[in-house]
Design a binder for this molecule. Structure first.
Ligand code: ATP
Ligand code: MG
Length: 428
């Protein structure tokens, strides 16, 4: 039997990369809690019908990309391809909307889509998303966009732009759909096979085709903006005004339709100029129809999802190496020294420091090399002599300055150590 490897379209996130993920999660968590968003965690698999009804059977996600299987109880089950349907299902199931007012929720976790794997596109990938449920106010649209922008800016990302559109309400879309069918039908034979299929099932999606000839034809297709009724128009204008008031730049993109059926009114994407083909980092919009579609009361909602893999690729391109959090690296050699080092490391951790104990038992020189590589602020050194005297050598990596201290004394100078470590860190 050959070696077992991770499945195609999945990947391991190794410790050096996890540092970037933790930075994204911490930044998002901080910004979201400041804006009174609360985390929700829903199951990774759900009844298949949830996604069929919630996302729409004519979408690529449901039609081609779902991981669906029959479980041992003969139920059709699907690994969630996105987060919104599950969140709304939970909201309805637990009557969260009955608590009145607006629910501001966020989630993060793995999603599953059977797609052709490539850079920034996997079969198991991760999203972080928000949902504001219970408000039709254009300020809710502006708020979620502002939060996405703040998260991305806080992470130091550059060369991003925001595309904005409105897909109107049901009536607007119905009229627009007919206009698209009328426009594309004479070109039917020239469209890519997917788009030919979409012509009857989901003509809006033709605008999203990546095929060159289809894109050319779509250039002169009618614009959704000419089909917005006055209610939709007003909502859209208000959203734009609010974004301008917030100082958020955007460009109108009438071809932006998004892949999921439940969107109404605002649709938007944050796109990076540094990502090649898979360039959309964040996608979202309003989905006033979803809660009723899934059996709940008529409830407007708006949200977005960030694709975390693409974000991590961008962060890694920035090449700001993550800083080591290590305060002490403990080097020791000889039985007594090693035993004392173990205890010292434990005591320092209990005092709140981060401490790595070298377990190799190898020559001092090798241990020092590892200490250097670890990025630690200081080194603690115990050899036979220190063990016999119950002392320890403290070495500051930045200055190479080295002092011998009684082990008992070290534990009484915690405050000073903490201050010294902080000032060494600040100087880095
Ligand atoms: P795309 O056009 O790239 O397929 P989408 O419209 O299918 O995107 P959404 O359903 O809006 O994507 O999901 C939001 C975000 O999740 C995307 O903008 C992207 O960053 C990320 N994403 C979607 N599918 C994948 C995938 N298979 N692998 C990695 N990230 C993904
Ligand atoms: Mg997709």
């Amino acid at each position: 039997m050959g070696e077992i490897q991770a499945l195609r379209g999945t990947r391991d996130i190794l410790p050096d990369e996890v540092v970037f993920w933790q930075r994204v999660e911490a930044t998002a968590r901080h910004i979201l809690s400041k804006a009174a968003y609360r985390e929700i965690r829903t199951p990774i698999f759900e009844q298949t019908t949830l996604f069929e009804r919630g996302i729409g059977e004519a979408t690529d996600v449901v039609g081609k990309e779902m991981y669906t299987f029959v479980d041992r109880g003969d139920r059709s089950i699907t690994l969630r391809p996105e987060g919104t349907a599950g969140v709304v299902r939970a909201l309805i199931e637990h009557g969260l909307y009955a608590q009145g007012g607006v629910q501001r929720l966020w989630y993060t976790g793995p999603m599953f889509r059977y797609e052709r794997p490539q850079a920034g596109r996997q079969r198991q990938f991760h999203q972080l998303g928000v949902e504001v449920i219970g408000s039709a106010d254009p300020r809710a649209d502006a708020e979620v966009i502002a939060i996405a922008t703040e998260i991305l800016q806080n992470l130091g990302l550059k060369n991003l732009h925001l595309d904005l559109n409105s897909v109107g309400n049901k009536t607007d879309r119905h009229n627009y759909r007919q206009a698209l069918v009328d426009y594309f039908t004479p070109y039917k034979g020239e469209l890519d096979p997917d788009s030919q299929d979409r012509l009857t099932r989901n003509p809006l999606r033709i605008l999203d085709s990546k095929d060159e000839r289809t894109k050319e034809i779509a250039q002169n297709a009618p614009s959704i903006l000419d089909y917005l009724g006055s209610e939709s128009q007003q909502h859209f204008e208000q959203v734009q005004q609010l974004l301008s008031d917030l100082g958020i730049k955007y460009q109108l993109n009438p071809k932006l339709v998004r892949g999921l059926d439940y969107y109404t009114h605002t649709a938007f994407e944050v796109i990076s100029d540094d990502l090649g083909a898979q360039a959309t980092v964040c996608g979202g919009g309003r989905y006033d129809g979803l809660v009723t579609e899934l059996g709940g009361p008529d409830t407007p909602a708006v949200g977005w999802a960030i694709g975390l893999e693409r974000l991590i690729i961008l962060l890694q391109q920035l090449q700001t190496p993550p800083v080591s959090e290590l305060d002490f690296y403990v080097v020791s050699r000889g039985d007594r020294a090693e035993a004392q080092a173990l205890i010292l490391a434990q005591k320092l951790r209990q005092a709140g420091f981060s401490v790595e104990l070298d377990l190799s038992g190898s020559a001092f020189k090798k241990q020092f090399a590892r200490a250097d590589k670890s990025g630690t602020v200081a080194c603690l050194i115990l050899g036979d002599e220190e063990a016999a005297n119950q002392t320890v050598k403290l070495k500051w990596m930045a200055t190479k300055e080295q002092t011998a201290i009684a082990q008992t004394e070290l534990m009484t100078m915690i405050d000073r150590l903490r201050a010294d470590i902080q000032s060494f860190r600040a100087e880095r």
